[in-house]
Ligand binder design. Structure first.
Ligand code: PLP
Length: 420
């Protein structure tokens, strides 16, 4: 097989996934926790970093550290080249038209706040509507609530069913000529549901609304093509795709970004400043006030290279098989109820066990070396809908194995015996 053929096979998910090689790339996984081999199943909260990302950060600080764009010396030029190469990487990864459409931010949360304040604040008025779904993360709820308070716009919420799927008829009913913006999560962090975003975007555009997709839980599992989706905004965080914390991306169509005022003022986002009037820098710098997270962006670029070299098709096929195995085994545990059973889902296994509190599973599993998350997962309305105080959530990344699932499930069964 040629290199090109093997890359194509990996992208399509038709080539064997070399899990041992992948695991060897993540040094943190090689350790013991409480005397047991670490089983890391908290990937929806944050993913671990491969050696290539750690080395990219190290290389930057060892050799190239300088501020970007304004310097004339060699280090500044190197740092600028690496920073802009990372932006080009993101552009290619998302299949955006232009690097000007890639704004570096701190993460998904900041990206959504940027859109709410810069796109919505001056445009929305009394009676305009913003439509979201009942499975959103707080990051895709609260910025819109703040915006509604500021503008008099109204927040509408499309409900979900008992599987954790969006009820399409209700979405259609709530989507009207008054809808100015639709905010949808691509993959729910509490349920794992994959939303049919392309269809939803088409429907929203038909009534003249723009669409923001919260891709925080999608980019590490699904190949995203913003041009094919035709979304207006797409947000994600570096740390959920094997990159550093403190760096994220807002993709937005160039024509929309051009029409938006700056989000924050300061250095870098200006073209010319006088006390009388300031003019703004070109895109995307107009939205990048202050010294950016240079190392973070470079680390994100390396993470994207890493994920691309593995092939998202192969990654998601592997993760799907691990998730299916985990779901089957989990359902054999007496009293266990899966929360989130959508036909189309990825990565997430959320559950409750009757007669127990989810938090107790997290504590007991930790003693067995297994890292999961318990609580409301920043999606309190989802918990309210399912009438649970929270769930225990295992979330699968590319390095997880069936053997790890066995350790996790045996641990849940043991915890249940202790708790019931
Ligand atoms: N949206 C979803 C679906 C998430 O899962 C998360 C984080 O868990 C966020 C938004 C917020 O991401 P960040 O905290 O990186 O800004």
């Amino acid at each position: 097989m040629t290199l090109a053929e093997s890359s194509a096979a990996r992208a399509a998910g038709t080539q064997d996934f070399d899990i041992d090689r992948v695991r060897a790339d993540f040094p943190i996984l090689q350790q013991e926790i409480h005397g047991r081999r670490l089983v890391y199943l908290d990937n929806a909260a944050t993913t671990q970093k491969p050696v290539s990302v750690i080395e990219a950060l190290e290389r930057y600080y060892y050799l190239d550290n300088a501020n970007v764009h304004r310097g004339v010396h060699e280090l500044s030029e190197r740092a600028t080249r690496a920073f802009e190469a990372a932006r080009a990487n993101v552009r290619d990864f998302l299949n955006a038209r232009n690097a000007a459409e890639i704004v570096f931010v701190r993460g998904t949360t900041e990206a959504i706040n940027l859109v709410a304040q810069s796109y919505g604040r001056w445009r929305f008025k009394q009676g305009d509507e913003i439509l979201i779904t009942a499975m959103e993360h707080h990051s895709n709820i609260v910025p819109w609530q703040l915006l509604c308070e500021q503008t008099g716009a109204v927040l509408k919420v499309a409900p979900i069913n008992e599987h954790g799927e969006l009820i399409m008829d209700e979405f259609d009913r709530l989507l009207t000529e008054r809808t100015q913006l639709v905010g949808i999560v691509h993959v729910s962090n509490a349920l794992g549901t994959i939303n049919p975003v392309k269809t939803l975007i088409r429907k929203a555009h038909a009534v003249g609304a723009v669409v923001l997709v919260d891709g925080a839980q999608a980019v590490a599992h699904i190949q995203v093509d913003v041009r094919d989706l035709n979304c207006d905004f797409y947000a994600f965080s570096g740390h959920k795709i094997y990159g550093p914390t403190g760096i994220g991306v807002l993709y937005a169509k160039q024509s929309i970004l051009e029409a938006m005022p700056p989000y924050q003022g300061g250095g870098e986002m200006i073209e010319h400043v006088t006390f009388e009037k300031t003019t703004y820098n070109k895109l995307p710098y107009k939205f990048e006030a202050g010294t950016p997270n240079i190392a973070g962006a470079i680390g994100l670029g390396a993470a994207i290279d890493y994920v691309t070299s593995m092939g998202l098709g192969a990654v998601s096929a592997h993760e799907r098989s691990v998730l299916q195995y985990a779901s089957q085994r989990a359902q054999q545990i007496e009293g266990l109820r899966l929360v989130g059973t959508a036909d189309l889902k990825c990565s997430i296994l959320s559950f409750v066990v009757s007669g127990t509190h989810p938090a107790d599973f997290g504590t007991i599993l930790d003693q067995l070396g297994v890292a999961i998350r318990t609580g409301h997962h920043c999606a309190m309305p989802v918990m309210q809908y399912f009438d649970v105080p929270g769930t225990a959530r295992a979330s699968i990344g590319m390095y997880n194995t069936r053997e790890e699932v066995d350790v996790f499930i045996d641990g849940v069964a043991r915890a249940r015996q202790m708790l019931v």
